[in-house]
Structures are given as structure tokens and as C-alpha cells.
Design a protein around this ligand. Structure first.
Ligand SMILES: NC(=O)c1ccc[n+]([C@@H]2O[C@H](COP(=O)([O-])OP(=O)(O)OC[C@H]3O[C@@H](n4cnc5c(N)ncnc54)[C@H](O)[C@@H]3O)[C@@H](O)[C@H]2O)c1
Length: 376
């Protein structure tokens, strides 16, 4: 079991990363919980596959488990479901000393983390992320929240968990499409880090096996370490944490232009990263060579994506709308080389359009040509 610490003074916490070591979870709960009662929330798909196993381990510490199962999927990150969670917790008379555990993907950790942040003005919580995206990104860093009809993640709070417990065992039942989406966020860290994560991701992609525990750990550990380092420096996204948005201005617009739900967020991130690489190369020709190897990695990942129809015009309109809403100028995070992100201001629409067109052209020709959807 590997442990990465998120250093935030009194709010520091460990992220545990292992394979098939679910018994360790019991020890974490023992350390973190102050009462004999545990409020556990499960993603419904996870519950059907692993609910009994998780509960069996939790019962080892003879806790009184109060459980609730939440339907899987983005729709659950809503005020309606949040209210159901509040009703459940209040009906069961939760106290400030109780502990809340969220088991599931990013949807569950965002929703339940926000419920934990707000119920009784804050109850301690822990996370068992069970998707790759949850392990490398959503469960780490304390950003919690729900969606609003005017946009994603518009209501939320920073509320750090007491621990995060990642076990690659759970990933064996995750559909391959979700695995590839998780690789999107790993590819983001690979671009920002430029060293170890990039090498490991390249090796992972070359191996062509999405479910190898050892290789998965070799990606999850440095990704979590990278994110934990950034969060420790800038918990509330007032500076360096903005780096974690690399490729995301494009990605949000791509998700929107595809029609919400047609591309997974992590899939759109892979396309967004290629657009960011294109833009970097258009702004500065000298970036082309240093980015060549990273670009070829993204291109391989794109062959694993499903084909979804995307119009350049719609992506650009969605980007313009997003910028207008957030009041941001045409400012992008680009790459001088892998490991050297920089902020570029006043990028012209012409260059942005070219970057999107080039990315879409690659995706149209190669997207889905090598999708690893082998029955999972
Ligand atoms: N808070 C943050 O910092 C942060 C960062 C990135 C993303 N997010 C949020 O994360 C969410 C996306 O998370 P996600 O990609 O994990 O999606 P998700 O939570 O919707 O999970 C994806 C699917 O996998 C299923 N599932 C979960 N675990 C499983 C398992 N072990 N086996 C089989 N199926 C399983 C779920 O039921 C769901 O259908 C988005 O809402 C996004 O906004 C948050």
C-alpha cells in the first residue's frame, strides 16, 4: 500500500493507493471515526458489484452502518438528490461526531463531500474512489459540489476529506470507456509534469492493457502526488491550481458541442489537450519538436475514443459563451514543452479556430479506430 500525503497543516490527510487490500479501509475508518456510527453512501452500480465486499470489511470494526445508495451518473449531482441525502442524514439523526464515507466515482465524491461540508455546518468524511478519474482527480483536493441548471459545478465548497482510499481492485469492473476517460486526466498531469508521469503513461498505453494492477498503480501514485503537491500550494485555486485546467477550456466546449453526455468529461479532456498542443505549436513554432512525443501519445489515446460528431463552429461558439460567462479574456494555458506550461494572453480567434480544426481533423480520421472496448 502506497501513501501520498496531502499537506494542508491541520487538514492534512493521506491518500492510500493499493491493489486488493480492502481490509486496510477498516483501519482508516477506525482512525478517522469518533463514534460507532458510519454513514456510507454508495454509487448504485458500484453497490451491485462490490457493496457486499465493502460492507463486510467495514463491519469488521463492528460499526453501526447506515447506508444509502445513489443512482450512478451526473444527474445525481443535483439539488434534488442532495436534499434526499440531507433528509436521510437528518432522519437518522446524524451528529457532528459521526463520519460519512462516499464510495463511488467523481459524482459520488462531489455530491457526498458537499453534503458533508454543509450538513450541521460540516461533518468529517472519507472517500473510496472507484473510478480511475475519481482516484487520480476528483477525490483528491477537497473540491465538492453539485450542478445547477445554469452550469456544471456552480454550487460547492472546499471540504477536505480525512482520507482517500484507492484500490485498483474496484477498477476491474469499470467499463473500458470510463478507464480511457480517466486516462484523460492522467494525460493532463503527464503534460504538466513532463517526466515520470509521461514515461509511465507511454508505457501504459503501449502495453494496451487497461486493467493491469501494477501499471495502474504506476500511473495513479505519481498523478495523485502531482495533484497533492499543487493542492498543498494552492488549496483554493487562487494561483497554481489553475494549471490543473490545462486543456479544459477546450474540453468543456467540446463536451457541450457534442451534446452533454455523448462524450465523457475525460474523453473531451484528451481532445482538449490535443487542441492545447496544436495551439501551442501555432503560437510558437519552436514548440513543435519538444511536443512531438507528447502529441503522439495523445494521438494514440484518440484512437481509443468513440466517434462522436463534432462541428468546429459549435466548439468555438461554446468556448465564446464560456469565456463571456466567466468574464475571462481569450487566455489559454499552453505548453512550451511537456513539463513547461505557460499562460498565453490575447490569443486570436483565428489561431484558436485553427487549433480546434486541426484537432478535429485528427479525431475525425482516427477517432475510434482502435477502441479497446473488448466486452467490458
Ligand atoms: N472535485 C474535483 O476536483 C473533480 C475533478 C474532476 C472531476 N470531477 C467530477 O467527477 C465527475 C465524474 O466522475 P467519474 O468520471 O468518476 O464519473 P461517475 O462518478 O459518474 O462514474 C462513472 C460511471 O462508473 C460507474 N462506476 C463507478 N465505480 C464503478 C466500478 N468500480 N465498477 C463499475 N462501475 C463503476 C458509475 O455508476 C458511473 O456510471 C464529474 O461530475 C466531474 O465534475 C470532480
Amino acid at each position: 500500500m502506497h501513501i501520498v500525503k496531502v499537506n494542508l497543516g491541520l487538514r492534512s490527510y493521506p491518500v492510500l493507493i493499493g491493489s486488493n487490500e480492502v481490509d486496510r479501509l477498516t483501519r482508516q475508518i477506525d482512525r478517522a471515526a469518533r463514534t460507532n456510527r458510519l454513514f456510507v453512501f454508495f454509487d448504485a452500480n458500484l453497490y451491485a458489484l462490490h457493496g457486499d465486499l465493502i460492507k463486510r470489511h467495514l463491519r469488521r470494526s463492528t460499526r453501526n452502518i447506515v447506508e444509502m445508495v445513489i443512482p450512478g451518473g451526473e444527474k445525481s449531482k443535483s439539488a434534488t438528490v442532495l436534499n434526499q441525502v440531507y433528509d436521510h442524514l437528518l432522519h437518522e439523526k446524524i451528529s457532528r461526531d459521526d463520519f460519512i464515507l462516499a464510495c463511488g466515482g467523481g459524482v459520488l465524491s462531489d455530491l457526498i463531500g458537499y453534503a458533508a461540508a454543509t450538513i450541521l455546518r460540516g461533518v468529517r468524511w472519507g472517500v473510496v474512489p472507484t473510478t480511475l478519474l475519481g482516484m487520480v482527480d476528483a477525490a483528491v483536493g477537497g473540491k465538492t459540489g453539485i450542478n445547477h441548471r445554469l452550469g456544471k459545478n456552480l454550487v460547492g465548497a472546499f471540504w477536505q476529506p480525512a482520507f482517500v482510499y484507492c484500490d485498483t481492485y474496484f477498477l476491474h469492473t469499470l467499463p473500458s470507456r470510463q478507464m480511457v476517460a480517466g486516462l484523460g486526466e492522467v494525460a493532463k498531469y503527464a503534460a504538466l509534469d513532463g517526466g515520470l508521469i509521461l514515461d509511465r503513461l507511454r508505457r501504459f498505453v503501449d502495453k494496451n492493457d487497461l486493467y493491469d494492477d501494477r501499471l495502474l498503480r504506476s500511473l495513479i501514485i505519481p498523478s495523485v502526488r502531482y495533484k497533492a503537491g499543487i493542492v498543498a500550494q494552492d488549496e483554493r485555486e487562487s494561483g497554481r491550481r489553475i494549471l490543473l485546467n490545462l486543456g479544459h477550456t477546450f474540453a468543456h466546449a467540446i463536451e457541450n458541442a457534442a451534446g452533454y453526455g455523448r462524450l465523457l468529461h475525460g474523453e473531451a479532456v484528451i481532445l482538449g489537450l490535443l487542441a492545447a498542443v496544436e495551439l501551442s505549436s501555432l503560437i510558437a513554432w519552436r514548440c513543435i519538436r519538444p511536443l512531438a512525443s507528447y502529441r503522439s501519445l495523445l494521438e494514440k489515446l484518440i484512437t481509443w475514443l468513440p466517434q462522436v460528431r463534432l462541428e468546429s463552429r459549435n466548439v468555438l461558439n461554446a468556448m465564446a459563451l464560456d469565456k463571456k460567462r466567466s468574464g475571462l479574456k481569450q487566455r489559454f494555458l499552453i505548453l512550451k514543452a511537456a513539463g513547461e506550461p505557460i499562460i498565453a494572453d490575447n490569443i486570436s480567434i483565428r489561431l484558436t479556430r485553427l487549433a480546434v480544426d486541426n484537432m478535429l481533423e485528427y479525431y475525425r480520421v482516427h477517432g475510434g479506430t482502435n477502441a479497446p472496448y473488448s466486452g467490458r
